[in-house]
Each structure stands twice: as C-alpha cells, then as structure tokens.
Design a protein around this ligand. Structure first.
Ligand SMILES: N[C@@H](CCC(=O)N[C@@H](CS)C(=O)NCC(=O)O)C(=O)O
Length: 361
C-alpha cells in the first residue's frame, strides 16, 4: 500500500471543509492530522494557512483551489469538475462565490454573537496545544470583521442574503441531492466551507440552519459522508442542464455577490495600474475600497487574492468555443452573473510557488 496523503486541517476551518468531502468521495487513502504549523506548514509553505495536503511523494499542496485541481488530475474518479460548458463554468462560479462572498455571513455569524464567539474560542483552544496562541488567533479573526465590510450597518443585508440562500438551497435540495444533480461537484465542496465549517458548527447559525433549513443540514451530512461507489455511479443532470431550482441561487450570486466581487477586483486593478514595473508580488491586502450590498454602502479591504479567484470561472468560460460560451450566456441570462463573464481583467495574477505574482513580471 502506498503512503497516505496527509491532510493538515481542522473541523471548524472554512477551507478544510472544502477539501475533506473531495478526499472522501474519491476514496483516497488519507490521514487527517491536527495542523502542525511550526514543524510542517510554515517551513514548507512560508505561510500559516490551513489546510495543506502532503502527497504520498512528499509534495506539499496549499490553497484549496490548487489542492482540488491537483486531486482531480491525479484521482479523476469520481470526477468533481464537469467537462460540459455550462456545468463546468457554473461550478467555478459557485466556487468563487463560496470562497469570496460567503465569508461575509460565515464570519459575521461566528464573530458577532457572544454565544458563537464563546463556542468558537473554545473550539480553537481545544484544537491547539497552546491555548494562549489559540486565543490570540481567535482575537485576530474577530478583528477582521470591519476589514471584510461586516459592520452594524451592513449586517442586516448580510443576514438577509443568508436567509434567502437557505430558502433557495432548501427548495433545490428538495428535488436534487447536489447542486448540479445526482452527485457532488466542486461547487458543493466549496460551499461546504461556509455552510459546514462555520454556519452548521457555530452556535447561533447552527440553530438557524437546523430550524429553518433541515434539507441543507441533510446535504451537509451527505457531503461529509459520501459513498465513493455511489458517487461514481451517479451523474450530474443530463445534457449539461441546470436545475430550474438552481436559478434562484444564481440570481442571489448575480445580484449580491458578483457586483461586490467585481468592485474588489476593480480596486485591485486600479492599485496595480499605479505600481512600478518591477513590483512583482502584490501584498495580500492593497488598501481599501467602497462597494455596496443591497443598497447599503460597504467599505472593504482590497484583496489581491480575489483577482486570482475571479480568473478561474473567467478562464473556464474563455476556454469554451462559441457554442459553449453561448450556452453559458443563456444559462446565466437575467441572473446578474453575466457581468462577471463580460469582465476582462487588465492584470493577470499567477501563483509562483505559494505566492501570488503579477503575470509577465
Ligand atoms: N485561499 C486559501 C485560504 C486558506 C485560509 O484562509 N485558511 C484559513 C483557515 S480556514 C487560515 O488558515 N487562516 C489563517 C490566517 O488568516 O492567518 C485556501 O483556499 O486554502
């Protein structure tokens, strides 16, 4: 038997929750271990992010999008990435939404309510041999709320978005077990980050989910315990179709998330325009910008990483032939998601090792 993959991850970690169902659905021989920051993660990546995956050949994978891309290439069955134009592009779009926008309700519901805060702090402390370090980390996470745009003024819009999403997902899961039909995809995996690791496990939103959206709870449990044989035998909807019940979800993405994400990318591009030609590695945060959610102004820090994430659905869309792009255009018509596919970035961001760099420099 070959050595197992080693997955440095945590149950209450957003991005760990995105990768875990993929490892399980593919029936991969892996061990989930408590993150070893000092001994493994920092020396191998230069960063303190989880999750990371160490392969049987001792390669280090960091960043869940990269991890899932590589896992799909090495362990293709059951596939998580559709190969048909509409389903493939929508899977990347929902990954972008889950990773970038859903941080708002996930971080709000974890860090705005005393009951949630107390549980999250205790959960962090339990994960760490150094309770003082866990407390420091929790305080730092709590402190990021205003930088993400989570303030008393914007909270009602963030909460309204989540309620609408839970309603739309409940209606969808009443008909289909997964977002694209009969089996899980990249889109389901990505949405497990906010919906499982934060909203299901945290005290206050955990009650909201269980009381108002049991079908979402059932999807979460299914996602975390997939049967690889059943996944391999199941299919996404035939003929590259999207379920009619997915459309309300795409409308929420298009009306609330796409404008907010594009405002962040526009601010990054403006920053990048003004940088000297020898500036290669953008910092993670490059100042701030103002956007809005449901008509409420929102100030946020400008993240270089958002530009990298936006490229994923855009690259998938641009790789299609004319007929494929036309099919995607028809699928998103009227949802607001058209604005994303119409966007052409001036700056391309790429990964060099584990670090982001401005392409061509
Ligand atoms: N884009 C990265 C994000 C990873 C990430 O932000 N992980 C969180 C835990 S869910 C973390 O380690 N945060 C530490 C920090 O922000 O210092 C990915 O997809 O893996």
């Amino acid at each position: 038997m070959t050595a197992p993959y080693r997955f440095h991850a945590a149950e209450i970690s957003y991005f760990s929750a995105k990768v875990r169902p993929a490892l399980r659905a593919k029936g991969i021989h892996y061990l989930e271990v408590i993150p070893d920051y000092r001994g493994v993660i920092l020396p191998r990546t230069g960063y303190s992010f989880i999750p990371i995956v160490i392969t049987p050949e001792d390669e280090t994978w960091q960043d869940t999008s990269t991890i899932l891309d590589r896992l799909e290439a090495r362990e293709p069955t059951p596939a998580l990435y559709p190969t048909t134009p509409v389903q493939r592009t929508i899977a990347y779009l929902l990954e972008l939404y889950a990773d970038e926008f859903m941080l708002l309700p996930a971080m709000h519901y974890r860090w705005s309510f005393p009951e949630s805060i107390a549980k999250a702090r205790a959960d962090f402390a339990a994960m760490s041999p150094e309770p003082a370090a866990a407390t420091k980390f929790a305080t730092r996470m709590q402190g990021t709320l205003p930088f993400l745009g989570i303030t008393p003024a914007t909270i009602p819009a963030i909460e309204a978005h989540l309620r609408d999403l839970l309603d739309a997902m409940s209606a969808h899961f009443a008909v289909h077990p997964y977002l694209l039909g009969g089996r899980m995809s990249l889109a389901d995996c990505a949405l497990m980050g906010p919906l499982y690791a934060h909203l299901y496990l945290d005290a206050v939103p955990g009650r909201l989910l269980r009381e108002t959206a049991p079908a979402v709870g059932n999807w979460i449990e299914r996602m975390n315990r997939p049967d690889p044989d059943a996944q391999a035998a199941a299919t996404w909807l035939a003929d590259d179709a999207l379920a009619p019940t997915l459309e309300p979800i795409l409308r929420l993405v298009g009306s609330d998330a796409v404008p907010l994400i594009l405002a962040g990318v526009a601010a990054f591009e403006e920053w990048a325009d003004g940088q000297p030609a020898d500036l290669v590695e953008p910092p993670r945060g490059v100042g701030g910008h103002t956007t809005s959610l449901r008509g409420i102004p929102m100030d946020r820090f400008t993240s270089s990483y958002t530009s990298w994430m936006v490229q994923r659905p855009l690259d998938a869309y641009r790789a299609l032939d004319d007929a494929g792009r036309a099919a995607v255009d028809r699928a998103v018509a009227g949802t607001g998601c058209e604005a994303l596919f119409a966007f052409t970035p001036r700056h391309r961001v790429e990964k060099r090792g584990f670090t982001l760099a401005l392409a061509g420099r």
